[in-house]
Design a protein around this ligand. Sequence first.
Ligand SMILES: Cc1cc2nc3c(=O)[nH]c(=O)nc-3n(C[C@H](O)[C@H](O)[C@H](O)COP(=O)(O)O)c2cc1C
Length: 398
Amino acid sequence: MAVKQISERTYWVGAIDWDRVLFDELVTLPEGTSYNAYIVKGSEKTALIDTVEPHKKEELFKNLKELGIERIDYIVSNHAEQDHSGAIPDVLKAFPKAKVVTNKKCKQMLQDLLHLPEEVFKVIDEGESLSLGDRSLQFFMAPWVHWPETMFTWVPEEKVLFTCDFLGSHIATSELFDTTDENRAKVYLETKRYYAEIMMPFRNFIKKHLALIDRLGPEIIAPSHGVVIKDVEFMTGAYKRWVSDEVKPMVIIPFVSMHESTRHMVEHLTSELSKEGVIVRPYNLITADLGNAAMDLVDAAAVVIASPTVLAGAHPAVISFAYLTNGLRPKTKFLGVIGSYGWNGKVMVKHVQETLKNIKAQWLEPVLVKGLPREEDFNRLSAFAKELAEKVKAVSTL
Ligand SMILES: Cc1cc2nc3c(=O)[nH]c(=O)nc-3n(C[C@H](O)[C@H](O)[C@H](O)COP(=O)(O)O)c2cc1C
């Protein structure tokens, strides 16, 4: 992809991964992704903000050449993760006089991950500025978006804030900005997916970073994945809702069923809850895109896990999802377990509850059925649905 101008003196020089389908061997990428690197050209010095995934480094070099960059004074590293830092050793080889500018923690991580030598670094502190002549870089620590060393770089003269992973999305597009209607819809969805899969565990930190952004008042936010954000208020507004304690009247039902017994239970619960006016999303964990389920975890009021008993526990796909959910720490207020068993279903409930032990939510009384559900079991599920719907509606404000 060609170089793109973001503002008077800042340029996008990154790389687009049009057909990448999986990130971190964990996260699906329905829209591909990009590794955004940027140039800030001051009257005296030039800074490169982050780099790209190593397998895309030739694109970065092509863009630097196209922009006529003959000298890089600073390589700012906002985040040590290799999809942004991995090409730093190559950039240093091409521009040996450049200094890697980052905070103390990130420096240590870059040394551990990439074996960069001590002498290439220039360590900066919270709030410190670095002059590029008529432009400057100011650094703000922003831990846990998404590792402990992450930071923002602010160019006050351009009103551009480089936030690395924060406010980013996995999108491959030739459009630079979030400005067309179609792009805006995609950006909202993919930013929510990114938040759900990457940022959700850190929502209390994020509240502080959003306050910092409000204070700085950027006109443009340039993250390290996806499009560049011009509608700052729209995106920070969405983030503010996601990190708040507010929930939607929504129940998600991640399930697995081998012989249809649990499926019948899920179908009955789904229709009973929707009759009560609650939004319901059943996810068959064998076929569902887990990213979609994670997106619903962002603001669902309740999660009901549905599983058969398998080998004296829950189905492995259910446990895998419960493990992920436990790590993502959603703000769900109620948790439930339903399912079918052959001879002892209690072990399945225990397995699920132990796997979700980090979630601070109220547990409902489980509904277990031996084999296929009978009429009395459906009645128990109806009562369960009524109780859950009342609880969910009482706490929902979104
Ligand atoms: C591979 C396998 C392992 C099972 N292990 C257990 C078990 O450890 N304890 C138990 O109570 N039932 C066990 N069952 C029985 C199922 O829990 C039971 O058939 C249940 O009704 C299946 O629900 P489903 O139709 O939703 O898959 C097992 C079934 C299968 C196929």
